[in-house]
Write a new protein. Structure first.
Length: 487
């Protein structure tokens, strides 16, 4: 019947949060921005149209036809969730449009102008969203859009898993859902944002990144093959069933401590061989026995009757897949560094910390490397050149994180990041006394220092030459802490 409201939309409008306009609070909204996932009144709908369909696609709840995608968008978001998404940082003293200035469905000119400023600030400029999350997800969107364009220009076809991963950040609906999940994660760690123990911007972004990357891997375990974004495979039969294949490959190259029991393949081989080099057959037998014992203890720690998703998730993190996510997250709080030579020690510690809860600690330590290539943090290598350092023996790199897995139901598994550490102690032969501060970081520190000087927030220390060498040698530690707290 022409003009009849879609019953699915009518049901959504009966939810308490959807009974008033998402922007001005007018009752009985009869319009919707399906791209933003909100119900709005006639006055606000007119302003939304001014934003353009790339920001807000407006539909009438009664006059227009609704497809499955539109209904799903409003179902997932709606005015309640949208408030968390678009107004989480709304100042407490922000003056909303005066309701007394609204008559029927129309505003007086002054109220209308104020309402438009509010809506543009909220959706066009996104002033009230969590800036850490907006910057993080916008960065991922830009990265994958550029990647897709590069592949297209070269006539290359991405794998289905890669296309799905790109869509996660390019598609607005998927990206907003991921952003909301990250917002829920941050809401449980208020001390990271406020108070004396708050983290720096880069530290906060790195923890958001790690939690998101691992949560995506866990979500991937529940998806159909054609929807997956990861290429991780899992053992399908035998005593290793449901273990990540990468975990099996890495087992003999890492150290494990599971429920207090140590597993170190290299040490066990030395003890069993008694100084005699083992044959290929003996080493294979040692490897199979070692991996089998390790998996049995992991199963026992997780619970012999635990659902397959738990073992799949934990074994994925306890492999190069989890290590790659840690390394990726650390690029948000430190310079990307590639080293040559030396030794690498990877260690995993897994314990049961309560009913249906497990703690996992992952650490990576690199020592003895002779050269380090410090990559720029931006693509502009003119102002941010790559640095090659000839390293002293005392140089070390340590990256670690602590995770908490919680099994809520047989198919619902969540992960929390409780700690993340990234320490780069790289000593160059040209400056053996202090850890190397690479040119890229020097540029950023120098610019931050000059900005603070111009604003008058700090005064130049007596005798300090206003150059990068002076910053590096004279106020390295003081300046670094100041710059770390600069937006």
């Amino acid at each position: 019947v022409k003009g009849a409201m879609d019953p699915r939309v009518a049901a959504l409008l009966q939810q308490p949060e959807n009974k008033v306009c998402a922007d001005c609070g007018q009752r009985n909204p009869r319009w919707s921005s399906v791209s933003l996932g909100v119900f709005i009144c006639t006055e606000c709908a007119g302003i939304h149209r001014k934003l353009g369909t790339d920001i807000s696609f407006v539909k009438s709840v009664q006059l227009d036809k609704w497809n499955e995608q539109h209904v799903e968008r409003l179902t997932h978001i709606g005015n309640g969730v949208a408030k968390k998404l678009y107004e989480v940082s709304l100042p407490s003293d922000w003056c909303r449009p005066e309701m007394t200035g609204i008559v029927g469905d129309r505003c007086d000119p002054i109220s209308a102008a104020h309402l438009e400023r509010f809506i543009r600030a909220k959706y066009e400029n996104r002033l009230f969203q969590c800036r850490v999350l907006v910057e993080f997800y916008d960065g991922l969107k830009l990265h994958y859009m550029q990647e897709r364009e590069r592949w297209k220009a070269r006539g290359m076809n991405a794998s289905l898993a890669k296309q799905n991963l790109q869509n996660l950040y390019i598609d607005n609906t998927q990206r907003d859902e991921a952003l909301l999940a990250s917002l829920d994660f941050l809401s449980t760690h208020g001390d990271w944002i406020f108070g004396p123990s708050r983290l720096s911007h880069s530290e906060l972004v790195s923890r958001v990144a790690l939690q998101h990357f691992i949560a995506v891997d866990i979500e991937d375990l529940r998806l159909a093959d054609e929807q997956r974004r990861s290429t991780d495979e899992f053992v399908k039969e035998g005593i290793l069933t449901d273990c990540c294949e990468q975990f099996i490959k890495d087992a003999t190259r890492s150290e494990f401590c599971v429920s207090g029991e140590m597993f170190d393949f290299a040490s066990e081989c030395r003890a069993q061989s008694d100084g005699v080099e083992a044959s290929i057959e003996e080493e294979k037998r040692f490897s199979d026995d070692f991996t089998g014992r390790l998996v049995n203890v992991v199963r026992r720690t997780l619970g012999v009757d635990s659902p397959s998703i738990l073992l799949r998730a934990v074994s994925t993190v306890m492999s190069q897949s989890g290590l790659a996510q840690l390394e990726r997250a650390c690029t948000y709080c430190s310079q990307p560094v590639v080293v040559s030579g030396g030794e690498q020690l990877v260690r995993y510690e897994l314990i049961s910390s309560g009913e249906q809860t497990w703690d996992l600690h992952l650490s990576l330590r690199r020592t003895g490397f002779t050269q380090a290539v410090i990559q720029p943090m931006s693509s502009d290598e003119t102002s941010n050149p790559r640095v090659v350092a000839e390293c002293l023996p005392k140089s070390t790199i340590l990256k670690s994180c602590s995770l908490s897995f919680n099994l809520e139901t047989d198919e619902t598994l969540s992960v929390d990041v409780t700690a993340l550490q990234c320490e780069l102690s790289i000593y160059d032969a040209s400056c053996p006394e202090d850890p190397l501060l690479d040119d890229v970081q020097s540029n950023r520190l120098f610019e931050s220092f000059n900005v603070l000087l111009r604003r008058g927030d700090i005064s130049k220390p007596f005798g300090l030459a206003p150059n990068r060498a002076g910053l590096r040698r004279g106020v390295l530690r003081l300046g670094a802490s100041v710059a770390a707290g600069t937006p």
